[in-house]
Ligand binder design. Sequence first.
Ligand SMILES: [Zn+2]
Length: 410
Amino acid sequence: MSNTLFTNVNILDGNAEGRIAGEVSVADGRIAEVATDGAALARKDHRVIDGGGMTLMSGLCDAHTHFTWNSGGSLDALAGMPVEDHTIVAVESARILIDSGYTMCVGAASAKERIDIAARDGINAGMIPGPRYLACGQELATPAGVLVYGITREVSGAEEMTRAVREMCGQGVDTIKLILSGESITERVWAKDTYMTDEEVRAAVVEAHRVGKKVLAHARSTDSIKQCLRQGVDVIYHASYIDEEAADMMEERRDEIFVAPGLHWLYATLYEAADFGYPQEAAEAVGYKDELEHSIIGLKEIHSRGVRVLPGGDYGFAWTPHGTNARDLQHFVELLDFTPMETIRAATVLGGQIFGRPDDLGRVAPGYLADLLLVNGDPSADIAVLQDHDKLVGIMKDGSWHKDPAAAGM
Ligand SMILES: [Zn+2]
């Protein structure tokens, strides 16, 4: 691993108010120094990259990732996919995500039980390219609340929940995923309905927290959101139907919880799935328009109350393929009225926090791991630039290039 010095870059740190011109040095995988006062950092023993005014920022975080979703038309096909083939799908997803500028991904269910774990370990060992990854097991649902048969572990009662969580933690997962509410595209279990009891949720949280693992929950209904808040779930996914009481409960626990709505899933399922056999009328008929509208109102409210809302979510369907994850950032600006800087903070600084490594990940500051993007553009002015992979001139993780700017003649 060689040392790198970025000169003539506009530094975009998620905790700043905007870009600041300067220099950044990287040594031994970490950011060593950041100079924004016009000072020149030491050139000796460094490869010097003249950024030509490009943006240098942290790699992005996707807060709800499924390496094992194959960007196909339906998740039903995943159940019958042989595990060997399925593992290759996960390896491919991991590469696509880091190619897209994502260096932090929170695993939010693995279609087969050990694929996420193997992928994470392969990435960490340097055997395959990919983002830092929190590995998940299969999603846990009650027999009445399964979203996708064949890729779900069914549990009924607190005792079965404890056993399932123990097994998964024993296998080495980082996260536990619970399915509390339905998903209306199934036309069987519904977004406004709740299928797990408080006792079952509690059992999962107690056992996971006992061994330091995070609990993530698919929670669209109002009741399921409140269950998460009552029972200590760490990450609330979707949170479509936040009412006044739920917003109050979230505000009270805002330093402990994260909310990741997965906005692009709602948006694209409603407006962009027609070419894949799911016309807008069908999506509206089961309530996706109503759900998107409610989500926007609730998410704006909790954002105004300081609840941590993160982009990313559920990519890996035909109409939301892996690699298009930065669409979520645009939705934060256009639908939720986040400023571009608030959005960048949510996708970087809060990524470090959801990983439980706020002093290691998600910032361009001395001491942080050198997970960096060199962007030919200014995301603080145009957030959509992050969707254009050609503009991601350099992608660095742990101080080593995944995408070397030398390929762009630098
Ligand atoms: Zn999901």
